[in-house]
Ligand binder design. Sequence first.
Ligand SMILES: [Cu+2]
Length: 274
Amino acid sequence: MNTVTFGISIKMDQLSYYEYGYFWYFYQDGSIEFEAKLTGIVLTLADTPGKPHPSATELEPGLWAPYHQHILCARLDLDIDGDANGANNTVVEVDSFAHELGPKNIYGGAYEISETILKRELDAKRVVDPFKSRFWKIINPNRKNHMQHPVGYKLVPGHTTYPLALPESTIGKRAGFMYQHLWVTKNETKERYPAGDYPFQHTGGAGLPQWTQANREIENTDVVLWHVFGTNHIPRAEDWPVMPVERTGFHLKPSGFFARSPAIDVAPAAKPCH
Ligand SMILES: [Cu+2]
């Protein structure tokens, strides 16, 4: 997991005393959830009590916390229905949409999905779209389920945000990965960190923006998904003196991977509890 925090007047070496708790949940229905819990002590600045600050919240008279964002990136080397040698996977973007009122939508309540295969790296720079209930499905086209459909898992974005730092800013150039919520690359073991190996020592573009310029084929091959997500933190008085938890994360759910709900097969308790 890689993270970056920024906001007006915050440099990357002034992160105050945040703590990030990383939680992975493995559920009996075959789904996997990741949740980051952010807590700790927010960065503060001091000024004359009551003085207006355009980009900070006054927490106590004379004490402000600047607005800022936390951006995380998960490198997901999925091998759906693979083995120790990996698996060839394909990533599909799934949007839901409704036709206009007419022959394809007689009563106005019907809707469909559209599935788009992400074929090359430059096609796979994607953002979330809650208006289309967008998610991404990772399938193994070489392995079929009981209905001869490719087995898969879907990546469902959770609470997230979009960077407000401009792409021309120093952090915008160095952490260019944060302007997409999804990147898909051909698996390359040297490519491990979304802003490159030395995020403080390049002038811009290293990592995902640079690697994907090669525009490698990513269909039915060993792929890596990079899911970017985060939270926009407008501090509240209640974030002081120790911040209650802010959460962000995502969910991976089986999608045609099992023949039916795997939770049905959970063994009963040894001793009934009544
Ligand atoms: Cu924060």
